[in-house]
Ligand binder design. Structure first.
Ligand code: BGC
Length: 757
């Protein structure tokens, strides 16, 4: 299509109309130009195609499809290839169902465990998030179906999500909330980006030029369509000028008319409209040109794949006395409704109409096990049902081991609202503690989208975190519990001991329409580890039925420049008797040089598959970004010179080996010297020592000839400390009378020129 030509023959009305949806899921066709409409659908972990009665909260029927594990679970796989596979499967489903773009992945950071939508999000860590999201995008788009990475940006709660203003500083935005999008957008080039509902520092994300154009397009090179979240448009023409191309789902023509009027009265340039139209046309074309009319998808194959993905994602959090895998010959009490009707997905727009659900009990059926089932608790009710508990306790008594299927019921966790606390329903906690009174061998299998408190953690012997594991979660549970498959998931978020320990605790969800991200970059383990706090389970943690050993951590150089790439390698051996997968994690600890930075941050990871007895060398490349922080003054990433520690480990708290590397910064930073510059900021620089000395002497009343101080009340060390935070201008009022403003100005000029050279 010759886009320029098509646009020049479109009327303003046609152009404006293309900038909003025809209905919930379709763009508008432009008949005069033979431009067809295309369809989008949720997303992200399956296809929610609504042929009729559309809505954005999952209330009405959609086609029967396959519900894959949600991002909370797939993040735990730490496996890019796996996400790619899942993306391909969903891409094929979209092709067969004529869906041009799937609305996902959702990459918002898990700032608080309470966000009702955490189940749809990957992690508290931006690197893990962006890497996995990128792999998913590549997978979907390899089938010539677009993705819509969402919700751009700083959308980390459901409370007042359409109006809340996030107060967040620039460095935190860059290092945490934007970083979750950045890698995926730069490396995987999603066809579309969905802007979020909220405001950022007062301005709606849907009309925020800084994010929608300056950063997203100009800096990161994104060349696709930006669409609004459903109903996120606040001021249509301001949004369009800021870079919001498509309003979804549309506003029955109201905002199209606003665009036309704005162009006619000169407040919006027609060029801005043309740009949006061109991007939308290119997107439609991209899909239409390679549309595959006869693609078929295989529901059963995808159901099986959903189970396999969950097997690679579930996390074995605890396994004492080798309670797991379960012994096939044991009598096993299977307790909890989730064993028969698992919670495997969250509520809201991502809700899939699953064509089939396999529970643990389904998967175990006919396999010759001695299982005694008991309901244990009611769902969606906190009240304790003593009859159900008694039956469960009796089942546990008669068995060798009790496996409790617990977790958060649907109503506890959904799009649209946040959780009130981090607790499991009281009836489940009481059930577990009552079972523990009669049965020492207890395993808990959890189904939830984000961290929960576990008051019984020290007493139970085994814990599996399944997260929301998709419609075939039961097969994964069966295979993992009985050791047919070796667990290899790792926690993509810290489980704190209590909600009060979470860094956002005092500022979540904010007051009225403002939430202050005052914890800054100290999100998740960046906070817990910097404070050396005890946590329930650390970021990156996960056990296996085999044992891994690390050795031979190597770095390519001990001294590098900030422009170099550092190669890091480490050997990992499987010293157990079963094949397994280890997630090797590389953290970087920056120098302690006064800049507030987390004690360490994840900068690379790799999942490796090892046969029993096998050793592999895992290699990583760390570029400058791995060492840098966002510097507001430079408006760029900056690597401070100094010693950095490279840490290799299997969780943020289980660092096996470290190596120190010195980095020289090639960026020359010249501070601007004023009368308010502190002595301490200059004293470490030998270049200015001679110029500074007379000033110091005057300030400290040191007699030039005798070299004596005016008083003995303080020693040299104390003077040094006092000077650190004393501004140069102090010499005028507190010094020995040698300096006035004019004389000081000359010294400042001399200092500045010496530093600039
Ligand atoms: C959600 C989006 C979703 C859209 C369409 C909105 O409420 O925030 O994630 O894609 O609805 O269903």
């Amino acid at each position: 299509m010759d886009y320029k030509k098509v646009i020049s023959s479109m009327t303003l009305e046609e152009k404006a109309s293309l900038c909003s949806g025809r209905d919930f899921w379709h763009t508008k066709a432009v008949k005069s130009q033979k431009v067809p409409e295309i369809m989008v659908s949720d997303g992200p972990h399956g296809l929610r195609k609504q042929p009729k009665s559309p809505d954005h909260l999952g209330a009405f029927e959609s086609i029967k499809a396959v519900c894959f594990p949600a991002a909370c679970a797939t993040a735990a796989s730490f496996d890019r290839a796996l996400l790619g596979k899942m993306g391909k499967a969903i891409g094929t489903e979209c092709q067969s169902e004529s869906v041009a773009t799937i609305l996902g992945p959702a990459v918002n950071i898990k700032r608080s465990p309470l966000c009702g939508r955490n189940f749809e999000y990957f992690s508290e860590d931006p690197l893990l998030t962006t890497e996995l999201a990128g792999a998913f995008i590549k997978g979907v788009q390899s089938k010539n179906v677009g993705t819509s990475i969402k919700h751009f940006t700083a959308n980390n709660q459901e409370t007042r999500r359409l109006t809340v203003s996030v107060k967040v500083d620039e460095r935190t935005m860059r290092e945490i909330y934007l970083a979750a999008f950045e890698g995926a957008i730069k490396n995987a080039a999603p066809w579309t980006v969905m802007c979020s509902y909220n405001r950022i520092n007062g301005l709606h994300a849907s009309e925020n030029k800084k994010y929608l154009t300056d950063i997203l397009r100009d800096e990161w090179g994104f060349d696709g369509v930006v669409m609004s979240d459903w109903g996120a448009v606040n001021d249509r023409s301001k949004g369009l000028a800021a870079g919001l191309d498509l309003e979804m789902p549309g506003s029955y023509g109201v905002n199209d008319r606003e665009i036309i009027e704005a162009v006619q009265n000169g407040t919006l340039s027609e060029k801005a409209v043309d740009k949006a139209v061109e991007r939308i046309l290119r997107w439609i074309d991209k899909y239409e040109l390679k549309k595959q009319k006869d693609t078929k998808w295989d529901k059963d194959a995808d159901h099986e794949l959903a189970g396999k993905i969950e097997e690679e994602s579930a996390i074995l959090l605890k396994n004492s006395d080798g309670i797991l895998p379960l012994d096939k010959n044991d009598t096993i009490a299977v307790i909890g409704r989730f064993a028969k009707a698992p919670r495997y997905q969250g509520g809201g727009s991502s809700h899939i109409n699953s064509y089939k659900v396999t529970s643990f009990m389904d998967a175990a059926k006919g396999k010759g096990h001695d299982l005694i089932y008991a309901d244990g608790y009611e769902l969606d009710k906190d009240e304790i049902d003593r009859t159900l508990i008694t039956k469960a306790v009796n089942a546990a008594k008669k068995s060798d081991v009790a496996v409790v299927f617990a977790g958060l019921p649907d109503s506890f966790e959904s799009e649209g609202y946040d959780r009130n606390d981090m607790k499991l329903p009281e009836n489940q906690n009481v059930l577990i503690s009552e079972i523990l009174k009669v049965q020492p061998n207890v395993v808990v299998v959890l189904h939830n989208g984000s961290a929960v408190e576990m008051p019984w953690e020290s007493e139970v012997k085994g814990i599996f975190e399944m997260y929301l594991g998709g419609q075939n979660v039961g097969t994964a549970e069966y295979d993992l519990l009985f050791g047919k498959v070796n667990p290899c998931g790792r926690l993509p978020e810290t489980f704190p001991k209590r909600l009060e320990d979470n860094p956002s605790y005092l500022n979540f969800p904010g007051y009225m329409d403002t939430v202050d991200y005052s914890e800054g970059v100290f999100v998740g383990y960046r906070y817990y580890d910097s404070r050396d706090m005890e946590v329930l389970f650390p970021f990156g943690h996960g056990l296996s039925y085999t044992t891994f050993k690390y050795s031979n951590l190597k770095v390519s150089k001990r001294k590098i420049k900030d422009t170099d790439t550092l190669t890091v390698s480490v050997d990992v051996s499987n010293i157990g008797r079963m094949a397994g997968k280890e997630v090797v994690q590389i953290y970087v600890a920056p120098p302690r040089n006064g800049i507030p930075r987390p004690v360490h941050e994840l900068k690379a990871f790799e999942k490796v598959s090892l046969r029993a007895g096998e050793t592999k060398t895992v290699t990583f490349e760390l570029g400058s970004r791995a060492f840098s922080y966002w510097d507001k003054e430079l408006q760029d990433w900056y690597v401070a010179g100094g010693d950095y520690v490279i840490e290799a480990g299997s969780s943020s708290r289980d660092i096996k080996y470290t190596k120190k590397v010195n980095i020289e910064s090639t960026i020359k930073r010249v501070p601007v010297i004023t009368e308010n510059t502190c002595f301490g900021d200059l004293m470490g620089d030998p270049k200015v020592a001679d110029i500074l000395r007379p000033l110091v002497n005057s300030y400290l009343h040191i007699d030039k000839k005798e070299k004596t101080k005016a008083s003995d009340a303080a020693n040299d060390k104390m003077y040094q400390e006092i000077l650190r935070f004393a501004p140069l201008r102090g010499v005028i009022s507190l010094g020995d009378g040698e300096y006035d403003h004019e004389k000081l100005a000359k010294v400042i000029t001399a200092l500045q020129s010496k530093l600039t050279k």
